[in-house]
Design a protein around this ligand. Sequence first.
Ligand SMILES: C=C(O[C@@H]1C=C(C(=O)O)C=C[C@H]1O)C(=O)O
Length: 283
Amino acid sequence: MSRNLLILGAAPSLGELRDTLVRLEDTIIFALIERSQFKQNRDIYEAGKMSFKDGYRGSFVSWFLKEVECVHARVRRYQSPDEYPFTDNLPDPVLPPLDYPPVLVDPRRININDEIFDVYVNTVVPGIATEGDDSNYGSSATRDIECLQALSRRIHYGKFVAESKFQDPQTHDEYVKHIKERNRDKLMELLTNTRVEELLLKRLKAKAIIYGQDLSAASAGANGSTNGSGMLLDDAAAAAAAGSERVKTRVDFDLVVSLYRDYVIPLTKEVEVEYLLHRLDRN
Ligand SMILES: C=C(O[C@@H]1C=C(C(=O)O)C=C[C@H]1O)C(=O)O
């Protein structure tokens, strides 16, 4: 779903929302591939490893994230209902507010970026980047911020999905009942679509294999063009499409799948449940 749709005020359909989530898979995979170029550079995630003239006492990545989000806040990025900052106390925008129609009813402005940040630093970075320090601190942190912003956007999209399901006449009364009974488990059961999740994980693995191939080393061999692993490009494409483990990729495709299975989908559903639990709160 393009942000214009949010401005135009059309409440996006569940199908449009799912299309956006599919597109965000590409954004996230490529952001992970970009970060995987550099070593883990663990020092950039530890508070106290670097000192800052402004007296900031956090880690380099947290400092850089604060700086980036302060600039983006001034151009009203975080007034958009599909954008959530990691930093508190951001400056006011220099642009006048856009009149976003109230697609969401989100009085608590639910934000689980602290959880997303912890998962990213403690699980994702060690999974996609090799151990060590290559001093590429600025480049690593730049890619980290792209990954964090894409993951945050994807997970908080759960609010739009939850609102769409809440508005569905076939399930509306059931959602209201479970919300009034504060029944998290029943809400989780009602909003879960196992088929969509299964298809997503299959698609994700194929994408991670295909996108992750190192075709830059493609060379015209005697019997045809080959990729970085020496596989004929046609064979590599067929193997990738079949989800073959034989294809060497720039990012661990099993990690991409486990990231979604163990974190992205569960966190998205956590946002859906939290959003629904407060859907009937007075603003
Ligand atoms: C996002 C949705 O809600 C849930 C979360 C999903 C996800 O995070 O990918 C997929 C299916 C549902 O279990 C949806 O129904 O599309």
